[in-house]
Design a protein around this ligand. Structure first.
Ligand SMILES: Nc1ncnc2c1ncn2[C@@H]1O[C@H](COP(=O)(O)OP(=O)(O)O)[C@@H](O)[C@H]1O
Ligand SMILES: O=P(O)(O)OC[C@H]1O[C@@](CO)(OP(=O)(O)O)[C@@H](O)[C@@H]1O
Length: 743
């Protein structure tokens, strides 16, 4: 870069004169490289050291190096010119595991006053087998101004000369400024609650209530096989208007800390159009349906061959094919017919997170554009047999209970396969399915119609099971009419005992077992006979999800100069207003995350987001190309008015179908969603808070994932400037708060 001066910090250059000038806030970009490293098992070179940026000597937080070329591994980060002494070492360890972990021999390496101390050019690793490996390392620092950092993306685009920007790392950290706490005109009041504004979503609803309603449920609330006519496209849940809603509102934890009357904290994840907005009346609101008048379904136990195969072929492409990877589409078109439809059949004891996992997977797959539905057999049971069944109903030696339960399971399976034959792609079948007999029944029902993958959730942590049981008593409509918590608790424990007596872990067919995945330590996923695009994606998603509560803060950049001129796209810096927001955001993040041990700030590679986050200190900042704004192609830099005038056809096409419309030589919203998938996976995987500073279209897409909003709504979601959307991830799902820092 023209304005940067480069300094080699290996032994040959250390000790050379240091510039006093720091280029008006210039920073040192440190690049660590390791040469000729051939992979040994799954060991990857890492770096860890004395400051939080490099893991505070915690091997689990060591930074993995990335392959720069076949013979070189690289890691770069930024330190301020007046940085504190940084001790570090190279490590070899698996990327997602802490053992084995082999630290390089010798004393710590030390980076002080912009210079590397000592002369070691080799990293030496000794293995327990007495094998010794030596790798050459190169350590270099470039002094680059913040503007260079901001302009790096532009430089890359304009010069198409990767080597000119390779030295510009995409990870940086500012140290906390001295006296950061003293108030200024831009500092925020300590009480962040006063910036809260109402969020659009509504109250928390138990996930099972938002699953599919039996298609045979007649308007009057009667099961029959006759009324299977409701055509459903899959994105939204069908809910006959005459059914008394059995939704249950559970306490909204953040609300408990808020001043009376505030309604700013809302649930996402379980959003439903029919939820009651005014239902903060207490713990349980309108939860039970009582026992509907039901007649026995003629379809129960029968293996229907109904449905129209032709319609399956017609409809087998996902609704949002553009958002679905080509491989998935090819799988669907080329594979055997039953592979066109996938059934994920949950297996597990009660209170093992089956419904939670099923709901989350449904949300993810729908967001990716796969037509997915969640069938909860518990909901079918409650509608057919009422909500007040005691533990005896679930005894393995109670023939009536067994028959009734198999009957509703068969009914739900019938509905699921019928929906698939109409074109539905992924059905998530949520029940305990805890015996091989039950699973055999399902396998038979699926024959020739869909491929089954069992997803078993196993939890051996007594504390987590205990917490789950308590959550179930609060949430499940089964205990809505039980005023005595302790009585409900005892009944549920008896129900669990009944299941445990006959439980048979999955050992048949294709399966995924999630074992102790939420306890925060250990945990594993076992897979058997899993192949194909979608099953692969599902496994990858499940591996990365967990229950550690943490906030994700989403915000647009501060107002940019192009925003003022109403020009789309571009890469302009911030307006005066935008700069003010950058300061307020810095202040907000500092206060909101002051008790967090770790957090990270993610921006796009465009100036307006980098500059918005520029002053946030103390946490690593990472630039993601995937977070760049929707690419407006030939329209980049134009106003909407100019597009309307000069390219009326383009303007009209976008207006007609904003989700699918792709700017000439640019992107559509579906393209944006597809490139955001790794971001969603990474947000799921993170255990510490993340602040995402990005753009309107990108944030609409990310928000829609957390809020479970249908694809077609995404381009129209309101995403105001200068507002922070806080998504709280937790054990009951996802909740939202909004803070408006300025107009
Ligand atoms: N993989 C898991 N293992 C253990 N508990 C989990 C898991 N996933 C989610 N949970 C927790 O279990 C609680 C109860 O989950 P739920 O889905 O209602 O259980 P189930 O459907 O198995 O009866 C959830 O609120 C969540 O906090
Ligand atoms: O899809 P629409 O509604 O056009 O919104 C996306 C547009 O929002 C803008 C502002 O108009 O985003 P941002 O300023 O957040 O980067 C444009 O750059 C972008 O093209």
């Amino acid at each position: 870069m023209g304005t940067s001066s480069s300094k080699n910090l290996d032994s040959s250059s250390h000790g050379s004169g240091e510039e006093k000038d720091d280029h008006g806030g210039g920073q040192l970009y440190v690049s660590l490289k390791m040469e000729n490293y051939k992979l040994k098992g799954d060991l990857v070179p890492h770096v860890y050291g004395s400051v939080p940026l490099v893991g505070s000597w915690d091997t689990s937080k060591a930074l993995p190096m990335e392959r720069e070329s076949t013979s070189m591994w690289e890691l770069s980060f930024v330190v301020p010119p007046n940085h504190e002494t940084l001790d570090f070492k190279f490590l070899l360890k698996p990327k997602y595991n802490n053992v084995p972990c082999i630290e390089e021999e010798g004393p710590n390496r030390q980076f002080m006053g912009g210079k590397l101390q000592g002369v070691a050019r080799l990293a030496v690793f000794k293995f327990s087998t007495d094998e010794v490996l030596e790798y050459q390392v190169f350590i270099k620092a470039n002094r680059v101004s913040p503007f260079d950092l901001a302009a790096s993306w532009r430089a890359y685009q304009e010069n198409l000369e990767p080597s000119t920007v390779r030295g510009i790392p995409d990870v940086s950290i500012n140290s906390l400024p001295e006296g950061a706490e003293n108030g200024s005109s831009t500092s925020l009041d300590l009480d962040l609650e006063q910036y809260l504004v109402p969020a659009p979503a509504t109250a928390v609803v138990y996930a099972a209530n938002l699953t599919e309603t039996p298609r045979s449920l007649k308007r009057g609330g009667v099961f029959s096989n006759a009324d299977a006519s409701t055509k459903d496209t899959g994105v939204s849940v069908d809910r006959p208007a005459t059914i008394k809603e059995m939704e249950e509102v559970i306490p909204d934890p953040p609300k408990l800390f808020n001043p009376p009357g505030m309604v700013e904290s809302k649930s996402l994840g379980t959003f439903s159009a029919l939820q009651k907005q005014d239902s903060y009346r207490g713990m349980y609101v309108d939860r039970g349906v009582g026992s509907p008048r039901l007649v026995k379904s003629a379809s129960a136990h029968t293996l229907t061959t109904g449905g129209k195969p032709d319609s399956a072929a017609k409809n087998s492409m996902p609704a949002a094919a553009g958002a679905v990877a080509a491989a998935a589409v090819a799988d669907q078109m080329l594979g055997p017919k039953e592979d066109m439809h996938l059934a994920i059949v949950l297996v597990g004891l009660p209170a093992r997170g089956k419904t939670f996992t099923a709901a989350k997977l449904t949300r993810y797959l729908r967001w990716l554009g796969h037509d997915t539905k969640h069938f909860n057999v518990g909901k079918y049971r409650r509608l057919k047999h009422g909500t007040n069944q005691s533990a005896d109903f679930f005894r393995g030696d109670n023939p009536e209970g067994m028959e009734a339960r198999n009957e509703v399971a068969a009914l739900a399976m019938d509905d699921m396969t019928a929906w698939m034959q109409e074109g539905g792609q992924v059905g998530i079948f949520d029940a305990t399915n805890s015996t091989s007999e039950r699973r055999n029944m399902l396998i038979k029902m699926a024959e020739g119609k869909c491929k089954i993958i069992f997803l078993e959730t196993i939890c051996n942590d007594r504390m987590i099971i205990e917490r789950n049981i308590r959550l179930k008593i609060q949430q499940s409509p089964d205990y809505a009419d039980e005023p005595d918590f302790e009585a409900g608790y005892q009944d549920f424990k008896r129900r669990l005992d009944n299941y445990e007596k006959i439980y048979e872990p999955v050992n048949e067919g294709s399966y995924i077992k999630m074992i102790d995945m939420v306890s925060g330590h250990g945990g594993q996923i076992q897979v058997n006979n899993i192949s194909g695009y979608l099953p692969g994606r599902i496994v990858f998603f499940l591996v990365n999800t967990h229950l550690t509560p943490r906030p994700i803060l989403l915000t647009r950049h501060g107002e940019s100069r192009d925003n003022v001129r109403t020009r789309i796209g571009g890469d302009t810096p911030l307006s005066g207003n935008g700069e003010l927001y950058a300061k307020k955001l810095t202040n907000f993040v500092e206060k909101r995350l002051k008790n967090e041990r770790a957090a990270s700030i993610w921006t796009s590679t465009l100036q307006r987001t980098i500059l918005t986050a520029n002053q946030i200190a103390g946490f690593p900042k990472i630039q993601w190309r995937a977070l760049d704004e929707i690419n407006a192609g030939v329209c980049d830099g134009m106003t909407y008015e100019e597009i309307k005038k000069n390219m009326p056809d383009e303007y009209e096409s976008r207006k007609k179908d904003k989700l699918r419309y792709r700017y000439p030589r640019g992107e559509s919203y579906l393209d944006v969603i597809q490139r955001l998938e790794p971001v969603i996976i990474e947000l799921e995987r993170q255990r510490a808070p993340v602040v995402v500073v990005s753009h309107q279209a990108v944030l609409r897409a990310l928000y829609a994932y957390f809020a479970d909003r249908p694809l077609k709504e995404i381009p129209h979601i309101e995403m105001p400037l200068h507002t922070i959307i806080e998504i709280q991830m937790g054990v009951t799902g996802v909740q939202e708060k909004r803070y408006k820092l300025m107009d």
